[in-house]
Design a protein around this ligand. Structure first.
Ligand code: HPA
Ligand code: ZN
Length: 352
């Protein structure tokens, strides 16, 4: 597609295209979609007492200073998730919300260890996730692929046991991810579990270069065999790494509102996404933990475009296209969504 023809699209047309085009969400933690209202509803359903008077008080606590200050609240929030119905309600709420943003493919992470550590096993959450994904496909036309993510602040043996426990559910998983506290927990700590995932035919992705240094991006690629880098924004500190990411077209799943809320960048206007895109990297926009960071995928796109003069129609088209191309969906599905994307943009070009 010749994106030069879109240079003079009005801001209103561009906003409509950003929000209504088909897109994939490749970096979202299902536990991070747990809205305060649902936390309170599940707490009541399960007889859990929360240390907050009401939804507003909980929301006020979402003032984070770094990744760890967020993770402390995020893991605490998980405690209200107890039954299969709870996990279904969580996933279904996200799928309904994502479909409204014209997400046609979602590849959410889930953190088994934050549940198994509380005595809640795969037999509780996996049927819920499978059922919700099936219903999303049937009722919303939303394709879903689940990514099991292991917690990097825990020992690798714990991650290996988690992968073992997932064996009966392997047909319903598309990949292995790595999340939680990055600093001091380099990717190489998880070499064995990622090698095992590769043997099992799982895709491999890893959070790297969010708070951690560019070296963590390199070791995620070289030691873990990561096919996508989650965040990766600190790659811009390393010119050689930037060239490699551009050359190899390794997708980065960037989460602008998350980066602001966790103080990875000072504000949206200073986010380096335009720089990453201009350097030829395969950048995508995602929501990470939307219930905690103030927005879903369309909010991330529209808020970023509103304050970044370097972002216009060609960049919007590239980000949307990248999201679909970088997904682990079947090639035939991707071709269909890409054709739908192009049809929407061609129509817009003529109308402009
Ligand atoms: N980084 C690391 N771990 C996480 C995140 C994140 O952005 N969200 C949920 N777990
Ligand atoms: Zn994340």
């Amino acid at each position: 597609m010749n994106t030069a023809t879109f240079a003079d699209l009005s801001p209103q047309r561009l906003h409509a295209l950003l929000t209504q085009s088909p897109k994939a969400e490749l970096h979202v933690h299902i536990e991070g979609t747990l809205e305060p209202e649902l936390i309170f509803a599940l707490a009541q359903r399960n007889g859990v007492t929360l240390p907050y008077a009401d939804v507003e008080a909980l929301r006020r606590a979402y003032a984070f200073t770094d990744l760890q200050s967020f993770l402390d609240l995020y893991y605490a929030g998980c405690d209200v998730l107890r039954t299969e119905q709870d996990f279904f309600d969580l996933a279904w709420a996200y799928f309904e919300r994502a479909a409204r943003d014209h997400v046609v493919r979602a590849e959410p992470f889930f953190d088994p260890q934050s549940h198994t550590a509380r005595g809640i096993g795969f037999e509780v959450f996996m049927p819920a996730f499978i059922h919700a994904a099936q219903r999303a496909q049937d009722e919303l036309g939303l394709s879903v692929g689940w990514i099991l993510s292991v917690l990097r602040h825990l020992p690798e043996d714990d991650a290996l046991h988690t992968l073992d426990a997932a064996m009966p559910w392997m047909d319903h998983l598309i990949g292995l991810g790595l999340d939680s506290s990055e600093r001091g927990n380099p990717p190489e700590k998880f070499a064995r579990v990622f090698a095992r995932a590769g043997q099992l035919g799982l895709h491999r992705v890893a959070h790297a270069g969010e708070e951690g240094p560019p070296e963590y991006v390199r070791s995620a690629l070289d030691v873990l065999g990561a096919q996508r880098i989650d965040h990766g924004v600190r790659a811009s500190e390393d010119a050689e790494l930037m060239q490699r990411l551009a050359r190899e077209q390794t997708p980065l799943t960037v989460c602008p509102l998350s980066n602001v809320r966790l103080c990875v960048v000072p504000d949206l206007a200073q986010h380096n996404l335009p720089q990453l895109l201009a350097a030829g990297l395969k950048v995508t926009v995602n929501s990470d933990d939307p219930a905690y960071f103030g927005g879903y995928v369309n909010d991330n796109l529209t808020q970023l475009f509103a304050v970044q003069p370097a972002l216009g129609a060609p960049q919007a088209y590239a980000l949307l296209r990248n999201s679909l191309e970088a997904s682990f969906a079947a090639d035939a599905d991707k071709a269909l969504w890409l054709a739908q994307l192009d049809a929407q943009w061609q129509g817009a070009g003529r109308a402009a």
